[in-house]
Ligand binder design. Structure first.
Ligand SMILES: Nc1ncnc2c1ncn2[C@@H]1O[C@H](COP(=O)(O)OP(=O)(O)OP(=O)(O)O)[C@@H](O)[C@H]1O
Ligand SMILES: [Mg+2]
Length: 223
């Protein structure tokens, strides 16, 4: 069996004053897995990603990165440098005055100098065909352009795994096809949340459904 990248063990979680979403959740993301995650609105898919990246802390149980409990800031930093999370709402991901700055932010954070970070950023932008957006202010982009810029800001870090929350939201047919093509050409470990079953079938090799009562079931077929 391949090595575990990240895992949730015996996790209970609910937001304050809200019903519990997960109870005794066990999940392991292993190297090379490409999982399509789906389930109804409000079932907890985004929350699951927030637990996997330490953005929410479970009331019980814990998060592990390569088998080691994620306990402090240093552990969280290591995890976040390795697991690229593209959030559902791109406005939460883009905060600089230009797209290039946003996309170079991760590489700079990894310790690269300005020239190296810029090169990484330009490569990530051109891999998505959006190098022309480099100098634009992120808050003035269209929904689809923002989504692609947010994706570039994660790809520029060359993470070992990707968590993509609704990556096709706002994308036109050509951008959606391009993204599917890019992902199909990469063996990178990933979990993709989408309501677009066709996209998940194209880009993932196994599937996971979250039910409204917070249980998860992994299947080989999308159903
Ligand atoms: N910050 C929060 N505080 C309180 N409740 C929240 C918060 N974020 C989400 N919730 C609630 O938690 C539940 C799960 O939300 P979540 O965003 O994980 O669902 P989802 O499966 O990603 O839905 P969608 O398909 O609409 O994106 C929902 O009932 C939602 O209203
Ligand atoms: Mg969501």
């Amino acid at each position: 069996m391949n090595d575990a990248v990240a895992a949730l063990r015996e996790v209970d979680f609910g937001y304050a004053d809200r019903p519990r979403i997960f109870h005794g959740l066990n999940f392991t993301l292993r190297e090379g897995e490409q999982i399509g995650l789906y389930g109804p609105n409000g079932s907890g898919k985004t929350t699951f990603f927030r637990l996997m990246t330490g953005l929410e802390k479970p009331q019980k149980g814990g998060l592990f990165f390569h088998g080691i409990p994620v306990a402090g800031e240093a552990d969280l930093h290591r995890l976040r440098c390795s697991i690229g999370f593209v959030v559902q709402n791109s406005d939460d991901q883009l905060f600089s005055s230009s797209v290039l700055e946003d996309v170079a932010f991760g590489p700079l954070n990894l310790g690269m100098n300005k020239k190296q970070a810029r090169e990484r950023a330009m490569n990530a932008l051109s891999s998505l065909g959006i190098e022309s957006l480099a100098d634009r202010p992120p808050h003035k982009l269209s929904g689809g352009e923002k989504k692609l810029a947010a994706l570039a800001s994660v790809l520029s870090m060359q993470p070992e795994a990707l968590l993509l929350d609704e990556p096709t939201m706002f994308l036109d047919e050509a951008s959606r096809e391009k993204l599917a093509y890019i992902l199909k050409g990469q063996t990178i470990t990933r979990i993709i949340i989408s309501h677009d079953g066709e996209f998940l079938r194209e880009t993932c090799t196994s599937f996971m459904r979250i039910t409204p009562n917070g249980s998860v079931a992994v299947t080989q077929a999308f159903c």
